[in-house]
Design a protein around this ligand. Structure first.
Ligand SMILES: Nc1ncnc2c1ncn2[C@@H]1O[C@H](COP(=O)(O)OP(=O)(O)OP(=O)(O)O)[C@@H](O)[C@H]1O
Ligand SMILES: [Mg+2]
Length: 233
Protein backbone atom coordinates (compact mmCIF):
# COMPACT_ATOMS: atom_id res chain seq x y z
CA UNK A 1 0.00 0.00 0.00
CA UNK A 2 1.41 3.32 -1.07
CA UNK A 3 0.44 5.43 1.92
CA UNK A 4 1.76 2.95 4.47
CA UNK A 5 4.59 4.51 6.44
CA UNK A 6 5.30 1.13 8.09
CA UNK A 7 4.69 -2.38 6.77
CA UNK A 8 6.03 -5.50 8.40
CA UNK A 9 6.07 -8.72 6.47
CA UNK A 10 6.21 -12.03 8.34
CA UNK A 11 8.40 -10.51 10.98
CA UNK A 12 9.93 -13.13 13.26
CA UNK A 13 12.27 -12.83 16.21
CA UNK A 14 13.84 -15.91 17.76
CA UNK A 15 16.58 -15.72 20.37
CA UNK A 16 18.86 -18.40 21.76
CA UNK A 17 18.46 -19.11 25.46
CA UNK A 18 19.90 -21.75 27.79
CA UNK A 19 16.67 -23.68 27.35
CA UNK A 20 16.96 -23.58 23.55
CA UNK A 21 15.45 -21.34 20.91
CA UNK A 22 12.76 -18.92 22.08
CA UNK A 23 10.46 -17.43 19.47
CA UNK A 24 9.38 -14.03 20.78
CA UNK A 25 7.57 -12.87 17.64
CA UNK A 26 6.00 -15.40 15.33
CA UNK A 27 5.26 -13.76 12.00
CA UNK A 28 3.96 -10.22 12.46
CA UNK A 29 2.17 -8.59 9.53
CA UNK A 30 1.39 -5.00 10.30
CA UNK A 31 0.47 -1.98 8.23
CA UNK A 32 0.43 1.56 9.59
CA UNK A 33 -0.69 4.51 7.51
CA UNK A 34 1.08 7.84 7.57
CA UNK A 35 -0.25 10.05 10.39
CA UNK A 36 -2.06 7.23 12.19
CA UNK A 37 -2.01 6.76 15.95
CA UNK A 38 -1.65 3.11 16.98
CA UNK A 39 -1.58 1.54 20.44
CA UNK A 40 0.00 -1.85 21.05
CA UNK A 41 -1.41 -3.49 24.15
CA UNK A 42 -1.04 -6.94 25.69
CA UNK A 43 0.32 -8.85 28.67
CA UNK A 44 3.81 -8.43 30.10
CA UNK A 45 6.32 -10.56 28.22
CA UNK A 46 4.15 -10.90 25.10
CA UNK A 47 6.69 -9.18 22.82
CA UNK A 48 5.53 -5.54 22.60
CA UNK A 49 8.90 -3.90 23.27
CA UNK A 50 10.64 -6.41 21.03
CA UNK A 51 8.32 -5.43 18.18
CA UNK A 52 8.84 -1.72 18.79
CA UNK A 53 12.62 -2.19 18.77
CA UNK A 54 12.42 -3.96 15.40
CA UNK A 55 10.07 -1.38 13.86
CA UNK A 56 12.35 1.42 15.07
CA UNK A 57 15.35 -0.20 13.32
CA UNK A 58 17.14 -0.69 16.64
CA UNK A 59 17.13 -4.49 16.45
CA UNK A 60 17.29 -7.03 13.60
CA UNK A 61 14.60 -9.65 12.95
CA UNK A 62 15.43 -13.35 12.55
CA UNK A 63 13.38 -13.33 9.35
CA UNK A 64 10.87 -11.15 7.56
CA UNK A 65 11.20 -7.49 6.64
CA UNK A 66 10.03 -4.00 7.52
CA UNK A 67 9.31 -1.38 4.89
CA UNK A 68 9.73 2.04 6.47
CA UNK A 69 8.64 4.98 4.35
CA UNK A 70 9.26 2.91 1.24
CA UNK A 71 12.67 1.57 2.33
CA UNK A 72 13.30 -2.13 3.06
CA UNK A 73 15.24 -2.37 6.32
CA UNK A 74 16.40 -5.92 5.48
CA UNK A 75 18.48 -4.48 2.66
CA UNK A 76 20.33 -1.97 4.85
CA UNK A 77 23.61 -2.27 6.73
CA UNK A 78 23.97 -0.87 10.27
CA UNK A 79 25.18 2.50 9.03
CA UNK A 80 22.23 2.93 6.69
CA UNK A 81 19.82 1.86 9.44
CA UNK A 82 21.34 4.48 11.74
CA UNK A 83 20.68 7.07 9.05
CA UNK A 84 17.03 6.00 8.80
CA UNK A 85 16.71 6.27 12.59
CA UNK A 86 18.28 9.71 12.59
CA UNK A 87 16.31 11.13 9.66
CA UNK A 88 12.88 9.61 10.07
CA UNK A 89 12.36 8.11 13.52
CA UNK A 90 12.21 9.09 17.13
CA UNK A 91 11.85 6.97 20.25
CA UNK A 92 10.63 7.74 23.75
CA UNK A 93 11.74 5.19 26.30
CA UNK A 94 9.99 4.42 29.54
CA UNK A 95 13.04 5.56 31.47
CA UNK A 96 13.37 8.93 29.65
CA UNK A 97 17.13 8.50 28.99
CA UNK A 98 18.02 12.16 29.38
CA UNK A 99 21.70 13.08 29.56
CA UNK A 100 22.14 13.88 33.24
CA UNK A 101 24.94 16.42 32.82
CA UNK A 102 22.96 18.54 30.34
CA UNK A 103 20.19 21.03 31.13
CA UNK A 104 16.63 20.52 29.90
CA UNK A 105 17.31 22.93 27.01
CA UNK A 106 20.60 21.24 26.07
CA UNK A 107 18.96 17.79 26.16
CA UNK A 108 16.28 18.93 23.71
CA UNK A 109 18.85 20.67 21.48
CA UNK A 110 21.20 17.69 21.31
CA UNK A 111 19.65 15.71 18.39
CA UNK A 112 19.24 18.91 16.35
CA UNK A 113 22.83 19.96 17.02
CA UNK A 114 24.07 16.51 15.99
CA UNK A 115 22.07 16.90 12.79
CA UNK A 116 23.67 20.30 12.13
CA UNK A 117 20.48 22.35 12.55
CA UNK A 118 21.42 26.03 12.85
CA UNK A 119 18.69 27.36 15.12
CA UNK A 120 18.64 24.33 17.42
CA UNK A 121 18.53 26.51 20.54
CA UNK A 122 15.51 28.52 19.40
CA UNK A 123 13.67 25.38 18.30
CA UNK A 124 14.40 23.65 21.61
CA UNK A 125 13.21 26.71 23.50
CA UNK A 126 9.97 26.75 21.53
CA UNK A 127 9.35 23.02 22.10
CA UNK A 128 9.97 23.42 25.84
CA UNK A 129 7.42 26.26 25.80
CA UNK A 130 4.95 23.92 24.15
CA UNK A 131 5.34 21.27 26.84
CA UNK A 132 4.99 23.91 29.56
CA UNK A 133 8.60 23.96 30.74
CA UNK A 134 9.80 27.42 29.74
CA UNK A 135 10.53 28.09 33.45
CA UNK A 136 12.75 24.98 33.74
CA UNK A 137 15.09 25.21 30.73
CA UNK A 138 18.27 25.46 32.78
CA UNK A 139 17.44 22.65 35.21
CA UNK A 140 19.39 19.39 35.09
CA UNK A 141 17.29 16.20 34.84
CA UNK A 142 17.86 15.44 38.53
CA UNK A 143 16.34 18.83 39.37
CA UNK A 144 13.14 17.93 37.50
CA UNK A 145 10.19 15.80 38.57
CA UNK A 146 9.40 12.54 36.74
CA UNK A 147 6.61 14.19 34.73
CA UNK A 148 8.85 17.12 33.83
CA UNK A 149 11.63 14.77 32.67
CA UNK A 150 9.13 12.95 30.49
CA UNK A 151 8.04 16.27 28.98
CA UNK A 152 11.69 17.07 28.16
CA UNK A 153 11.95 13.64 26.50
CA UNK A 154 8.86 14.42 24.42
CA UNK A 155 10.19 17.82 23.37
CA UNK A 156 13.47 16.14 22.40
CA UNK A 157 11.64 13.44 20.44
CA UNK A 158 9.98 16.06 18.25
CA UNK A 159 12.94 18.36 17.56
CA UNK A 160 14.11 16.55 14.42
CA UNK A 161 10.54 16.36 13.08
CA UNK A 162 10.38 12.58 12.88
CA UNK A 163 8.01 10.86 10.47
CA UNK A 164 7.32 8.21 13.09
CA UNK A 165 7.45 8.50 16.86
CA UNK A 166 7.69 5.24 18.80
CA UNK A 167 6.92 5.41 22.50
CA UNK A 168 7.28 2.48 24.91
CA UNK A 169 5.01 3.08 27.92
CA UNK A 170 5.27 6.89 27.69
CA UNK A 171 3.03 7.31 30.72
CA UNK A 172 4.16 4.13 32.50
CA UNK A 173 5.64 5.67 35.61
CA UNK A 174 3.58 8.84 35.89
CA UNK A 175 0.49 9.48 38.02
CA UNK A 176 -2.88 9.71 36.25
CA UNK A 177 -2.84 13.51 36.07
CA UNK A 178 0.67 13.76 34.61
CA UNK A 179 -0.04 10.77 32.38
CA UNK A 180 -3.05 12.59 30.90
CA UNK A 181 -0.98 15.73 30.30
CA UNK A 182 1.77 13.76 28.53
CA UNK A 183 -0.82 11.99 26.39
CA UNK A 184 -2.39 15.36 25.48
CA UNK A 185 1.02 16.56 24.32
CA UNK A 186 1.74 13.46 22.28
CA UNK A 187 -1.55 13.77 20.43
CA UNK A 188 -1.27 17.55 20.00
CA UNK A 189 2.19 17.17 18.51
CA UNK A 190 1.00 14.28 16.34
CA UNK A 191 -1.69 16.62 14.99
CA UNK A 192 0.59 19.65 14.59
CA UNK A 193 3.39 17.86 12.77
CA UNK A 194 1.46 14.89 11.27
CA UNK A 195 3.81 12.50 13.00
CA UNK A 196 2.76 8.85 12.95
CA UNK A 197 2.52 7.64 16.54
CA UNK A 198 3.07 4.01 17.55
CA UNK A 199 2.97 3.48 21.29
CA UNK A 200 3.00 0.57 23.72
CA UNK A 201 0.85 1.00 26.78
CA UNK A 202 -0.87 -0.78 29.64
CA UNK A 203 -3.07 2.28 30.10
CA UNK A 204 -6.53 1.50 28.76
CA UNK A 205 -7.49 5.17 28.48
CA UNK A 206 -4.39 6.03 26.48
CA UNK A 207 -4.96 3.03 24.20
CA UNK A 208 -8.51 4.15 23.50
CA UNK A 209 -7.32 7.61 22.46
CA UNK A 210 -5.39 6.05 19.58
CA UNK A 211 -7.17 5.43 16.28
CA UNK A 212 -6.23 1.74 16.33
CA UNK A 213 -5.52 -0.78 19.06
CA UNK A 214 -3.46 -3.89 18.40
CA UNK A 215 -3.32 -6.74 20.88
CA UNK A 216 -0.06 -8.68 21.31
CA UNK A 217 -0.46 -12.15 22.74
CA UNK A 218 2.37 -14.68 22.80
CA UNK A 219 4.14 -13.01 19.91
CA UNK A 220 1.08 -12.64 17.69
CA UNK A 221 -0.65 -9.39 16.87
CA UNK A 222 -4.37 -8.94 16.25
CA UNK A 223 -6.48 -5.85 15.60
CA UNK A 224 -8.82 -5.05 18.48
CA UNK A 225 -12.37 -4.59 17.27
CA UNK A 226 -14.23 -5.11 20.55
CA UNK A 227 -13.47 -2.41 23.18
CA UNK A 228 -13.80 -5.04 25.96
CA UNK A 229 -10.60 -6.67 24.71
CA UNK A 230 -8.63 -3.60 25.78
CA UNK A 231 -9.68 -4.03 29.41
CA UNK A 232 -8.81 -7.74 29.37
CA UNK A 233 -5.32 -6.96 28.09
N1 LIG B 1 17.43 -10.98 24.18
C1 LIG B 1 16.54 -11.80 24.77
N2 LIG B 1 16.90 -13.03 25.15
C2 LIG B 1 16.01 -13.87 25.72
N3 LIG B 1 14.72 -13.56 25.96
C3 LIG B 1 14.30 -12.35 25.59
C4 LIG B 1 15.18 -11.39 24.99
N4 LIG B 1 14.48 -10.27 24.73
C5 LIG B 1 13.22 -10.49 25.18
N5 LIG B 1 13.11 -11.75 25.69
C6 LIG B 1 11.88 -12.37 26.20
O1 LIG B 1 10.87 -12.16 25.23
C7 LIG B 1 9.62 -11.89 25.83
C8 LIG B 1 9.05 -10.59 25.29
O2 LIG B 1 9.78 -9.47 25.80
P1 LIG B 1 9.29 -7.97 25.60
O3 LIG B 1 10.25 -7.12 26.32
O4 LIG B 1 9.10 -7.74 24.15
O5 LIG B 1 7.88 -8.02 26.32
P2 LIG B 1 6.81 -6.87 26.57
O6 LIG B 1 5.55 -7.29 25.93
O7 LIG B 1 7.39 -5.56 26.18
O8 LIG B 1 6.60 -6.93 28.16
P3 LIG B 1 6.37 -5.74 29.24
O9 LIG B 1 4.91 -5.36 29.12
O10 LIG B 1 6.66 -6.43 30.53
O11 LIG B 1 7.32 -4.63 28.95
C9 LIG B 1 9.86 -11.88 27.33
O12 LIG B 1 9.44 -13.13 27.86
C10 LIG B 1 11.37 -11.72 27.45
O13 LIG B 1 11.85 -12.38 28.59
MG1 LIG C 1 8.02 -3.86 27.28
Amino acid sequence: MENNIISSINLEKTVQTQEGDLTILGGINLEVKSGETVAIIGPSGSGKSTLLGLLAAMDTPTSGDIILDGVSLAGLDEEAKARVRKNKLSFIFQSFLLVDTLSALENVMLPAELAGVKDARAQAQSLLDKVGLSHRVNHLPKQLSGGEQQRVAIARAFICQPKVLFADEPTGNLDANNGDKIADMLFAMNQDSHTTLVLVTHDEKLARRCQRQLLMQEGRLTEVTEPAQIVEA
